[in-house]
Design a protein around this ligand. Structure first.
Ligand code: SF4
Length: 417
């Protein structure tokens, strides 16, 4: 059963809504089967999910020993077995050696560059009930969707700061933030930025193709957890509840012509070692099937949300996060690794010298909040934030800090010819 601390208090909900919410939380039989597709969801018959889940099932992090880690450390190429050892508790005493190896791999493939981007939340409406998220449909927050004019204004402000890569996000509401609304945002963004990423609800191949034609370059989808039982307990309502449709989203995006795809589990929801293993394996198999695409991994940890400050990443501390990122770098040497503003400044400053290649700057996870953030003023009401951030440095501060660390900040690494 899902732990009670994730559930949001919702004193202002009507009686009927409260009853439905309570039923969803307490009675598994009242929920849609999370492994069955809903109407309109495309099934691409890929074998990657079965392979990843099969490998994950057979992975017992506790079974790995000191000797397994030492053997893995002397191999030039990190095998799946070596990766399992690097992610195990037995590898914790070898963190320093792993970091030295990871740093050398990062420098080999990325030099001393660090890519910068910023997210822009277009809306915070959501039709899903993910119990750990501030945007979930039962959480009582200020909801907002940017109009065309508001989007333009936000993009102008962000572009003026020097940002060249933007990640457009919506909550997952197909009725409020429909495909044409997102397509319009992509067209607008393509006029201001050189790289446009999307983090929206998963869609079918042809819909990804449409968004790519509108100007989107890459797609980010977080699977949240690869543990299907835990996924079932945490995603109680809406299209997101369908695990396999979400799993295949990146593959559909690549089939639809997207240049790149990004992956992650939300660390802290289930066994984080197994989730980290499955996330990287998801990339590994897809990369072999579609070598032309660009791949990246993120490593978000749970953060407190509005109306629930108990939501947190519990057993995933900075040392464990560092272990995961070093293991990712050793297993997938040329894959991008993003560290978001969910993490503290000191952690981000350190990890970009070892394993990470991309960080966000000038971040607001609210809707329509950049005017306040960048220019110190606020017009109209902004929508509430998805989660609390820990590093609120502006682009300028981040740029300076990276240079001081001897790194080279990069605003864009892609040129269309
Ligand atoms: S995690 Fe995404 S889908 Fe789930 S409630 Fe939050 S915004 Fe909606």
């Amino acid at each position: 059963m899902t732990e009670q601390l994730y559930f949001v208090d919702s004193e202002r909900l009507g009686k009927k809504t409260l009853e439905k919410k309570h039923r969803l939380e307490q009675e598994p039989c009242s929920r849609q089967n999370h492994m069955e597709y809903m109407e309109g969801m495309e099934c691409i018959s890929s074998d990657i999910m079965q392979r990843v889940l099969g490998e994950m099932k057979g992975y017992d992090p506790e079974a790995y020993t000191d000797e397994d880690v030492r053997k893995a450390l002397v191999h030039d190429v990190c095998s799946i077995e070596d990766f399992k050892a690097f992610l195990s508790p037995a590898a914790m005493p070898y963190l320093e050696e792993m970091a030295v190896r990871a740093k050398s791999e990062t420098e080999k493939h990325f030099g001393n560059t660090v890519y910068l981007f910023t997210p822009l939340y277009l809306a915070n409406y959501c039709e899903n009930y993910c119990v750990y998220c501030g945007f979930n449909c039962y959480n009582d927050i200020v909801r907002k969707k940017l109009s065309h004019e508001e989007m333009k204004k936000e993009m102008e402000i962000i572009a003026r700061s020097g940002i060249e890569e933007i990640l457009l996000l919506t909550g997952e509401s197909q009725s409020v933030s429909d495909l044409s609304y997102i397509g319009e945002a992509c067209r607008l963004a393509a006029g201001y930025f050189r790289n446009v990423g999307l983090e929206i609800y998963p869609v079918n191949t042809e819909e990804y193709r449409y968004l790519h034609e509108c100007g989107a370059d890459y797609v980010t989808v977080f699977q949240e957890t690869y543990d299907t039982d835990r996924y079932e307990e945490l995603h109680l309502l809406g299209r997101k509840r369908v695990f396999p449709y979400r799993f295949d989203a990146q593959e559909r995006a690549v089939m639809g012509g997207m240049r790149g795809v990004a992956f992650s589990a939300l660390l802290g929801l289930a066994d984080f070692r197994k989730d980290a293993f499955a996330s990287a394996l998801h990339v590994y198999y897809l990369q072999r099937k579609y070598p032309q695409a660009e791949y990246s991994l993120s490593c978000p940890r749970l953060r407190p949300i509005i109306n629930n400050d108990k939501v947190d990443a519990r057993d995933v501390h900075e040392r464990e996060l560092c272990q995961i990122l070093c293991a990712y770098r050793l297993f997938l040497p040329y894959v991008g690794i993003t560290v978001s503003s969910r993490e503290q400044k000191h952690f981000r400053n350190g990890i970009v010298k070892i394993a990470a290649t991309k960080v966000s700057a000038g971040v607001s996870t609210g809707v329509g909040d950049h005017e306040r953030k960048y220019e110190g003023k606020r017009v109209g009401e902004a929508g509430d934030e998805q989660f609390e951030i820990l590093d609120d440095r502006s682009l300028e501060q981040m740029y300076e800090d990276l240079e001081q660390e001897g790194l080279q900040p990069v605003m864009n690494d892609y040129v269309y010819v």
